[in-house]
Design a protein. Structure first.
Lengths: 179, 130
């Protein structure tokens, strides 16, 4: 019984959609009674919402296909005029408000979740300079370290040679030879 | 996108520009309603834009019978293959914003006949778009 009723309702909804009510509503041609009836039914019938979204999407596609760009500069003129509107002009600069700038003290609570920071662009140059300097210093350190090790080894060799030479001079064989 | 839509209602491009600016200025403070609507933002904009255009034409005393923008085609082009009666109903209701009872009176028919024609127009448009 319930299943039958459901089927009947579904059939009626399909007939209702097929009547062209969705198209009339989206184009603004539905009478106030027709519009309020559709708005009442919408939350209860997902088919209606789907048909409405589908037709809206088709209209948007049609609009994109038949788009004619407005003359250049029109958008900026509109933007200037919109900015001059009292409700928008009163909004304090740099601070968002909840109700379109109606009350200047009403701040939007912003929760900071980001792990990134924004810094001045001069920091990029400073970072590059520091990076290059650090690389130069590292290269210089490695060069002088190698030089130091090299000279240290030479010093050791010289010292060993000197010791050997001293030993040869002090040995009895060399003294006899001298005699 | 809205500029082409506006052009179907008016005769000149200049008038369409001025109307488009007017539409955005008037709707700027009401955009919240677009997001609360069951329609997409673009469809909401179209409906509200049409109301403003028709209101502007009435205020300026533009003759509703002057057949201004239908030569710009747009939605009207979807009814090219339909009968002249269908095109007349759609043009008068959509482009000129006339009432169904006015059309019924003018055609010498009852309102149900005009509503049937409108339904058929909507079905043709859906078929063409789909």
């Amino acid at each position: 019984m319930y299943a039958n009723n459901q089927e009947k309702t579904r059939l009626n909804i399909q007939q209702y959609i097929a009547s062209g009510i969705i198209e009339s509503y989206v184009l603004g041609l539905a009478s106030s009674d027709e519009a309020s009836q559709l708005e009442r039914l919408l939350p209860f019938y997902p088919e209606l919402q789907a048909a409405l979204s589908d037709f809206g999407f088709q209209l948007e596609l049609f609009a994109i296909q038949h788009e004619e760009p407005p003359p250049p500069g029109l958008f900026s003129r509109i933007q200037d005029k919109v900015k001059d509107l009292p409700a928008i002009r009163e909004r304090p600069s740099g601070h968002g408000t909840r109700n379109g700038g109606a009350t200047g003290d009403d701040y939007i609570p912003v929760k900071e979740n980001s792990t990134h920071i924004r810094v001045h662009k001069y920091w990029r140059i400073a970072f590059i300079v520091v990076f290059i300097l650090s690389k130069l210093l590292l290269a210089a350190f490695i060069y002088y370290f190698i030089q130091y090790r090299h000279s240290e080894r030479e010093m050791r060799l010289l010292r060993e040679q000197q010791i050997k030479a001293n030993k040869v001079q002090l040995s009895p064989e060399s003294q006899d030879n001298d005699k | 996108m809205l500029f082409s839509y506006v052009q179907q209602f008016v005769s000149s491009r200049r008038e369409a520009e001025s109307l488009l600016a007017n539409i955005f200025i008037r709707l700027a403070s009401r955009l919240d309603a677009a997001f609360e609507s069951s329609l997409s933002v673009y469809c909401w904009l179209q409906i509200e834009a049409r109301k403003i255009i028709l209101e502007h034409r009435r205020q300026d005393g533009v003759d509703v019978m002057s057949g201004l923008g239908e030569n710009k085609a747009y939605y009207f082009s979807l009814l090219e293959e339909s009968s002249s009666e269908h095109r007349w109903v759609f043009r008068e209701l959509f482009i000129h914003g006339r009432q169904r009872e006015d059309l019924a009176r003018e055609a010498g028919k009852d309102q149900a006949h005009i509503e049937d024609l409108l339904k058929e127009c909507m079905q043709i448009i859906r078929k063409k778009l789909g």
